[in-house]
Ligand binder design. Structure first.
Ligand code: HEM
Ligand code: HEM
Length: 190
């Protein structure tokens, strides 16, 4: 009986929808963290406020806003549909550790863009490409905006470090343990 269950869970993979949402989110976040650092370096450190810096800020805010809604949908889907059973060869602490990191990543994926949105509402700096504005979710308060955006940046870096550990773990499973963990999330599976 356990054998049957183990064989079944060994082949279990995330649904196509979960895999698509994972890779779109991962690509967006892995691009946005270095781009966010370059953007603030140009603006705040070098004090260059030209068309490129402004376009970087607008793109950052727009992409981050879209990521927020994608993650909200992804989280609702995850809570409603669940995930495939854990890879059966994992030890208890590997299962506990991976669940902890996944839920921390989900939390940060929501909190980081939300703080960005609150920060630009407080500043206020809601206009994108000089064309349209994001809706405001807080009344202006520039001092508070500075603090909120600082926490936003710090937590984005924490998320980046956690994502590096997560990617390292996926590679460890694939290259050293040679188990099925990475396969569960690969795109293009039937
Ligand atoms: C997953 C989504 C997001 C990620 C990974 C992210 C990441 C970052 C990073 C790494 C920085 C640079 C921090 C620093 O230099 O200390 C930054 C700055 C910034 N982000 Fe985001 N961000 C996201 C979403 C958003 C959203 C949705 C908004 C607003 C709608 C936003 C607004 C800003 C602003 C205004 C800054 C500049 C802060 C400053 O000049 O001090 N971000 N972000
Ligand atoms: C090259 C980059 C990445 C690889 C190879 C990768 C790989 C994986 C794998 C194999 C899983 C399934 C783990 C399991 O079955 O237990 C997974 C799940 C997950 N990944 Fe990634 N990942 C990457 C980037 C990211 C990034 C950048 C984030 C977010 C910042 C992220 C967030 C998550 C989350 C939240 C889960 C849990 C999914 C769930 O159970 O609903 N991943 N990832």
């Amino acid at each position: 009986m356990t054998q049957v269950r183990d064989t079944a869970s060994r082949g279990a993979v995330y649904s196509a929808a979960a895999r698509h949402m994972h890779w779109v989110t991962a690509a967006a976040v892995l691009a946005m963290i270095p781009a966010g650092l370059v953007m603030t370096y140009r603006g705040n450190t070098l004090n260059i406020w030209d068309g490129l810096t402004n376009a970087m800020y607008s793109s950052h805010k727009l992409l981050g806003f879209l990521v927020l809604w994608l993650v909200a949908g992804r989280l609702a889907y995850r809570l409603l549909k669940g995930a495939p059973p854990d890879e059966p060869t994992l030890l208890w602490w590997q299962k506990a550790g991976s669940h902890l990191v996944h839920w921390l990543l989900y939390g940060l994926l929501l909190v980081v863009p939300l703080l960005g949105w609150i920060g630009v509402s407080l500043y206020p700096s809601l206009k994108l490409f000089g064309l349209f504005s994001l809706p405001a979710i807080a009344t202006p308060n520039q001092d508070l905006a500075g603090q909120v955006l600082e926490i936003h940046g710090t937590l984005a870096i924490v998320m980046g470090l956690l994502a590096c550990a997560h990617i390292g773990a996926a590679l460890y499973h694939h290259l050293i343990r040679k188990d099925g963990v990475l396969r569960r999330m690969l795109p293009g599976l039937k």
